[in-house]
Design a protein around this ligand. Structure first.
Ligand code: AMP
Ligand code: ZN
Length: 501
């Protein structure tokens, strides 16, 4: 019997709004897709909440012995500031601002995203396709939608015709949007607009001659529509219909709604069986987002350099903080919550090192009550994760387990009270759930706090040298740090930040 049969998974499907038994199309295989970052700037902590949530979904399904193909894309073209396919191209805009080529921007922020994932212990997906690597597939899909009559071409762009689509199919089911209201927006259409209805969205967008990112197509040079990328790449690697598609709640509309319409428009079938949406990381109740100016970056957390932070927090403390709430609830950032998470993480991770050192002394074990309790906790770890990936409840079970482990370690309770089977269940479940399922690994102090303290000390010394006009010393500090792989950067408000190269 496979673990997934022993502990069947249920998922709250955003399509039905209900918790449903998860039945993959083709077990033991599972196709999982989650929307990846648009690589035009650094990911913030809010983005990371979503990536961490799907990392845990991937990890747990794999732990349950499913053979998971996890696809998480990189959006490296086609994402305009307005999600309906209008506005400024985010990557071109960053390229202008930073005076770099668009593909330099893509390279820079893809690397920085990977680095952040590595630090947060977010596993690489099975496939990480890029939009620019799948232009051919996207053009084919646009052609298909056009030939099925659900799109129209205008001045080198191709738009999805929502009204036409709705003559045969439903639109708005996932997000629960009122379509009449959406179509009502038609009246507000700017006369200049190429679209027939404001709800129509670009699946191919013609570009101006000065637009650097561009690909030839039957409709002229252009870029793919953002929503279309995910449809084309999901279909290519997971099939016309696959098991799970995820993303943040803010992507339900229009992004995911459009994905559904495009797939039906091209292939006549709905693409996804279970839609999963993570809730937002908030700051004082407001969604964390770059545009609101309330976001901070992972490295600002580790260095404590953001004004909203009382101190630096380690990556695993932050990961623990994220896992402490269910993915479907909002999670509000605060220094108090992060400090509490730091303590909680330390408690669990200390028990992890203790568990690794414990060995069973032999003997058949006589404390049946204790063995039953261990069995209950082992079961609870699995049940809570199988219940819609309830990491908050799993952590509660792990806390109880850590108390048992500490009792054994301190000698409060002798290990020969339990038999070898109970012992190995406790030890392996604890280790598996901490390290493989939740991705909470042991951290060395030197990797974060000590290094950070030393760099800040040198930054202070350099500031002092500059005030004293001792430029030889201040330059030496900067250059020697750089040679060691630490780049100092002038931050806002005269503060100095640093980056590990
Ligand atoms: P983007 O690069 O903007 O497409 O975002 C990448 C992912 O992060 C998407 O799945 C978003 O839904 C998600 N996201 C953005 N802001 C937040 C937030 N404050 N909390 C949780 N997830 C977020
Ligand atoms: Zn997507």
């Amino acid at each position: 019997m496979k673990l997934y049969e022993q502990y069947p998974v249920s998922i709250t499907n955003s399509l039905s709004g209900k918790k449903e038994l998860f039945q993959p199309l083709n077990p033991p295989f599972v196709g999982l897709y989650s929307c990846g970052p648009t690589v035009y700037n650094e990911v913030h902590l809010g983005n990371l909440r979503t990536f961490t949530a799907f990392d845990v979904v991937y990890r747990y399904l794999t732990y349950l012995e499913y053979k998971v193909r996890y696809v998480r894309n990189i959006t490296d073209a086609g994402h305009l500031t307005n999600d309906a396919g209008q506005g400024v191209d985010r990557i071109e805009e960053s390229a202008k601002l930073e005076q770099l080529e668009p593909m330099e921007i893509v390279q820079k922020y893809t690397e920085s995203f990977h680095e952040v994932c590595r630090i947060f212990n977010i596993l690489p997906p099975s496939i990480e396709p890029t939009a620019t690597g799948h232009i051919v597939e996207q053009i084919e899909m646009v052609k298909q939608i056009l030939s099925n009559g659900f799109a129209y071409e205008k001045n080198g762009s191709v738009y999805f015709d929502v009204r036409k689509f709705m003559e045969k199919h439903t639109y708005g089911e996932l997000s629960g949007r009122n379509i009449d209201e959406l179509l009502e927006g038609t009246r507000e259409l700017d006369r200049q607009d190429e679209k027939k209805n404001s709800v129509d969205f670009a699946i191919w967008k013609g570009v101006e001659p000065n637009h650097i990112q561009r690909w030839p197509s039957p409709w002229g040079d252009g870029i793919p529509g953002w929503h279309l990328e995910c449809s084309a790449m999901g279909t290519k690697y997971l099939g016309k219909q696959f098991d799970i598609h995820g993303g943040g709640m803010d992507l339900k509309f229009p992004h995911h709604e459009c994905e559904i319409a495009q797939s039906i428009g091209a292939f006549g079938q709905t693409p996804v069986r279970y839609w999963m949406h993570t809730n937002m990381l908030t700051v004082n109740g407001e969604k964390m987002s770059k545009s609101k100016g309330n976001s901070f970056l992972p490295r600002e957390l580790f260095s404590g350099s953001h004004p909203m932070l009382d101190k630096a927090y380690s990556p695993m403390a932050v990961r623990f903080f994220m896992l402490q709430s269910h993915y479907s609830s909002t999670l509000d950032f605060s220094n108090e919550a992060l400090s509490a998470a730091e303590k909680g993480y330390k408690k669990l991770v200390n028990a992890l090192s203790a568990a690794k050192e414990l060995n069973h002394p032999g003997g058949s074990g006589t404390n049946h009550e204790l063995m039953t309790d261990i069995r209950r906790l082992v079961d609870e770890c699995h049940q809570t994760m199988s219940d819609d990936f309830n990491t908050a409840k799993t952590l509660a079970a792990l806390f109880e387990m850590s108390a048992r482990i500490n009792d054994f370690k301190s000698g409060n309770v002798s290990l020969d009270q339990i038999n070898i089977e109970s012992f190995s269940q406790l030890k392996t479940t604890y280790m598996d759930f901490m390290e493989n399922v939740l991705g909470l690994k042991e951290e060395t102090e030197s990797s974060s706090h000590v290094l950070d303290g030393v760099v800040h000390l040198l930054i202070e010394m350099r500031k002092k040298a500059r005030t004293d006009r001792n430029y030889v010393l201040s330059d030496k500090i900067r250059d020697d740090l750089k040679a060691l792989g630490v780049q100092l950067k002038d931050g806002k408000d005269g503060t100095i930040e640093y980056e590990i190269l």
